[in-house]
Design a binder for this molecule. Structure first.
Ligand SMILES: [Fe+2]
Ligand SMILES: [Fe+2]
Length: 320
C-alpha cells in the first residue's frame, strides 16, 4: 500500500478562477461534423482548381489536431495540479478528437480512397509539418511531476499550436468560403476555430497563473526561451506556407495572417507581441470576428482591407 491519498474533484467551491466559465462555454458550443452538409460542396469541388493545396491544408490540420488530442491536452491535463482545470483540459481534449475526425469527414465526402491515402502519406513525408509536430510534441512530452516550469513550457507550446500554427491551414478554407467557394467545409473550420479560441485563451490564462509564481529572473529566462521557440516555429511556418501555397499565389497573405496570429498567441500568454500590425485579408478576418455568434458568418463580408490589431486580454475576452 502506498501512502498516496486520492483527492476527489470538488466543484462546490471554485479552486480555479475561470475553470467553470471555460467548462460551460466549451460544452455550450458542442458540435459534430455530420451536422454540416459538406456534400453540398461536391459540385464545386469537382471543378476546383487547387485541389492539391486544399487537401494538403486539411492533411496538415489533421496532424496538428491528432497531436493535440493524443499528447497535448492529455499531458497538460495529467500534470496540471488543480482538479477543476484538469477536468476542463480533459474536455478540451475530447473536442480535439472531434476536430481531428472532422477533416476525415470532409475527405470522405470529397475525395477518393486512393487520394485520401496519398494525403496521409504526404503528412508523414512533409518535412516542415513533421518539424513543427516534433518541436511541439517534444515540449509536451518533457513535463515532469512537481516541475511548474516544464508545465508552463508545455502550455506555451499548446498556445503556439492552437492560436498560431493552425492558422496557415485555417486561412485557405476561410478565404475560399468567404467568397462562396466550398462553404460547408469552411463552416467546419469556423467551428474548429471557435473551439481553438477558447483553448488558446484558457490554456494561456492557466499558463499566466503559473508564470506569476516564478521569481523575476526565472520569468526573464522563460520569456527568452518562449520567443526563441516561437521564432524557430515561425521560420519553419514561412517555409511550410511557401511550399503549401506555391500554386495559389496566396503565400504573402497567409504569412501576414500567421504573424497576426503569432501576436495573438503571445497576448493569450500575457506576453508582448513581436510582429508589427499589418493588413490582413478582410474576408479571412471576418471569418474570425463572427465565429462566436453565428454559423453563417460569411454573409458579412468586408469590402476593404484594414490593419488588423490584436486586442489585449481583457474582461471582454471571457465573454464568448
Ligand atoms: Fe483542435
Ligand atoms: Fe484546441
Amino acid at each position: 500500500m502506498s501512502n498516496l491519498v486520492y483527492e476527489a474533484v470538488n466543484w462546490n467551491r471554485p479552486t480555479s478562477e475561470l475553470a467553470q466559465i471555460f467548462w460551460d462555454q466549451q460544452w455550450k458550443q458542442i458540435w459534430f461534423p455530420e451536422e454540416i452538409a459538406v456534400s453540398k460542396d461536391v459540385k464545386q469541388w469537382k471543378e476546383f482548381e487547387h485541389q492539391d493545396t486544399y487537401k494538403k491544408v486539411f492533411g496538415g490540420l489533421t496532424l496538428l489536431d491528432t497531436i493535440q488530442t493524443n499528447i497535448g491536452m492529455n499531458e497538460i491535463a495529467r500534470f496540471t495540479p488543480d482538479l477543476q482545470e484538469k477536468a476542463v483540459l480533459t474536455v478540451f481534449g475530447s473536442f480535439e478528437a472531434i476536430h481531428a475526425k472532422s477533416y476525415s469527414y470532409i475527405f470522405t465526402t470529397l475525395c477518393t480512397n486512393s487520394e485520401i491515402e496519398d494525403i496521409f502519406e504526404w503528412v508523414k513525408k512533409n518535412e516542415f509539418l513533421q518539424y513543427k509536430a516534433t518541436k511541439i510534441a517534444e515540449v509536451y512530452s518533457a513535463i515532469e511531476e512537481n516541475n511548474p516550469e516544464s508545465l508552463w513550457k508545455a502550455m506555451f507550446a499548446s498556445v503556439m499550436l492552437e492560436s498560431f500554427l493552425f492558422y496557415s491551414g485555417f486561412f485557405y478554407p476561410l478565404y475560399l468560403g468567404g467568397q462562396g467557394q466550398l462553404r460547408n467545409s469552411a463552416e467546419i473550420i469556423s467551428l474548429i476555430l471557435r473551439d481553438e479560441s477558447i483553448h488558446g485563451v484558457a490554456v494561456g490564462f492557466f499558463a499566466q497563473n503559473i508564470f506569476k509564481t516564478f521569481p523575476q529572473e526565472k520569468q526573464e529566462q522563460l520569456k527568452l526561451w518562449g520567443y526563441e521557440f516561437l521564432l524557430d516555429l515561425y521560420q519553419n511556418e514561412m517555409k511550410y506556407t511557401e511550399d503549401l501555397y506555391a500554386e495559389t499565389g496566396l503565400s504573402p497573405e497567409v504569412k501576414a495572417y500567421i504573424r497576426y496570429n503569432a501576436n495573438k498567441a503571445l497576448m493569450n500568454l500575457g506576453l508582448e507581441t513581436m510582429f508589427p500590425d499589418e493588413e490582413i485579408n478582410p474576408i479571412v478576418m471576418n471569418g474570425i470576428a463572427n465565429t462566436g455568434s453565428t454559423y453563417d458568418f460569411f454573409s458579412q463580408k468586408g469590402a476593404t482591407y484594414a490593419v488588423a490589431k490584436v486586442a489585449p486580454i481583457t474582461d471582454e475576452t471571457f465573454k464568448f
